[in-house]
Ligand binder design. Structure first.
Ligand code: IPE
Ligand code: IPE
Ligand code: MG
Length: 243
């Protein structure tokens, strides 16, 4: 590096892990006077585009927030629509994902998902387990507070059983008890639709993620929108608390 090129301007390397809060399907449909279900269906097209683009760009991990632990509060018809779409996606897309060397992983609480969805998830994970390209992580019935609570409960149980010394509990201990124990933290979190909050997504893992909020509604998200978010990320200076 020359004296005239201060390290401040060095662009960070491309993100290894991108996580996306896919928001705005309902508003996309509402603007077109269409039922919300159609917004979700168009949202699934944006998922396909984004998975392809990330695979081609050499991103290692893509995490998509597909259904939050709070989304059960929606009317039952909408929950059913979302679950049907998920079934459809798992039944029809996984062969294609497999052909593209994508490894599928699901994080979230599976106990509240119906048996057939759990079976599809298990089959999809097993089929793609040895793939070496993009790891696609679907967050399904995922909530970060529940995830952290479960980790704390498990650590407390181990401490009570004498398997862990409470004084030896570190950040690494907590991280090893999260659902993401074998997934690196996200470098970049994108949220579509203009909302600026995390909505209980990856709260622990987001500690040093760059956050990019884009006005575009999720069904409109495309390669250009992804590239714009990446360009925004490349402008950021990641300091991790250092100077
Ligand atoms: C995101 O779109 C999809 C899910 C949360 C599953 P929304 O359904 O939240 O769309 P808006 O926020 O109502 O526009
Ligand atoms: C976050 O979106 C959850 C997903 C994208 C799956 P929501 O639309 O559910 O979030 P809030 O309710 O606006 O915070
Ligand atoms: Mg929303």
């Amino acid at each position: 590096m020359t004296a005239t090129a201060p390290s401040r301007v060095a662009a960070p390397p491309p993100p290894r892990h991108i996580a996306i809060i896919m928001d705005g399907n309902g508003r996309w449909a509402k603007r077109r006077l269409l039922p919300r279900a159609l917004g979700h269906r168009q949202g699934a097209e944006a998922v396909r585009r984004t998975v392809s683009a990330c695979g081609e760009m050499g991103v290692s991990y893509l995490t998509l927030y597909a259904f939050s632990s709070e989304n059960w509060k929606r009317p039952p018809e909408e929950v059913d629509d979302l679950m049907s779409l998920l079934r459809h996606y798992l039944r029809n897309e996984v062969a294609e994902l497999n052909a593209r060397n994508v490894r599928l992983r699901v994080i979230g609480d599976r106990t509240r998902l119906s048996d057939d969805v759990v079976a599809l998830v298990n089959e999809s994970e097993a089929l793609t387990a040895n793939n070496t390209g993009l790891t696609l992580v679907l967050a399904l019935n995922y909530g970060a507070q529940a995830e952290i609570t479960a980790a704390v409960r498990e650590i407390a149980r181990k401490a009570k059983a004498g398997l862990i010394d409470p004084e030896a509990v570190t950040e690494a201990t907590v991280a090893e008890h999260l659902l993401t124990r074998d997934i690196p933290d996200p470098d970049l979190i994108i949220r579509t639709s203009g909302e600026q909050r995390l909505s209980n997504f990856l709260l622990w893992q987001a500690a040093y993620a760059e956050l990019v909020f884009v006005p575009c509604l999720w069904p409109d998200f495309d390669r250009d929108a992804l590239e714009a978010a990446l360009a925004d990320y490349q402008q950021r200076e990641r300091r991790f608390g250092g100077r």
